[in-house]
Design a protein around this ligand. Structure first.
Ligand code: FES
Length: 173
């Protein structure tokens, strides 16, 4: 039987609905799951999630727009979030920021033309005694220097081939 995108997404999210006993607590995990698989949360996905939870799509949209870790537009395979809060600011955040921009050729808030990297600001990551701190997706890097920026980006580039292979098989709901 041919499965529509609608059916496929519902099927993918069904285990989360079951885990959270059909409750609204499933909302964030469902959004995270969609984003992890499709790199963004489309209006279509928001509609399906709203239907499954029995809530209005505007409510889902409100949650997506509230959390900076959720996005409706595709971002790079590697989302780099540099802390801009005071402790990191005092120990060299600005130099690290400049190095990231130079190496990637994009400003904060932008994605590189090849779609590999998105550069974003973050507020305190809870690593204040080890700043400057940044996240690459969910992995934390501490005491980052302009020199270590090169190594961090190289580490991403070396793992990109593997992830790129995985992404080819994904759908674009
Ligand atoms: S101020 Fe940067 S991690 Fe807290």
């Amino acid at each position: 039987m041919l499965m529509t995108d609608h059916d496929m997404l519902r099927q993918e999210l069904a285990p989360l609905m079951a885990k959270y006993e059909q409750s609204r607590s499933a909302l964030i995990p469902m959004l995270q799951s969609v984003q992890a698989k499709y790199s963004r949360i489309s209006p279509f996905a928001m509609q399906i999630i709203a239907d499954m939870l029995g809530i209005h799509p505007v409510e889902v949209m409100g949650v997506v727009s509230f959390y900076s870790f959720l996005n409706t537009e595709p971002k790079g395979r590697f989302i780099i979030r540099l802390c801009r809060t005071i402790s990191c600011d005092m120990v060299g955040r600005e130099k690290v920021a400049r190095q990231l921009q130079t190496d990637l050729g994009v400003e904060f808030g932008r994605t590189t033309a090849d779609g590999k990297f998105t550069l974003e600001w973050a507020n305190c990551l809870g690593l204040c005694d080890q700043g400057p701190a940044l996240l690459v997706n969910s992995k934390a890097y501490t005491k980052v220097t302009p020199e270590s920026v090169h190594a961090i980006l190289e580490e991403c580039r070396q793992t990109y081939g593997v992830h790129a292979q995985e992404k080819k098989e994904e759908h674009t709901i």
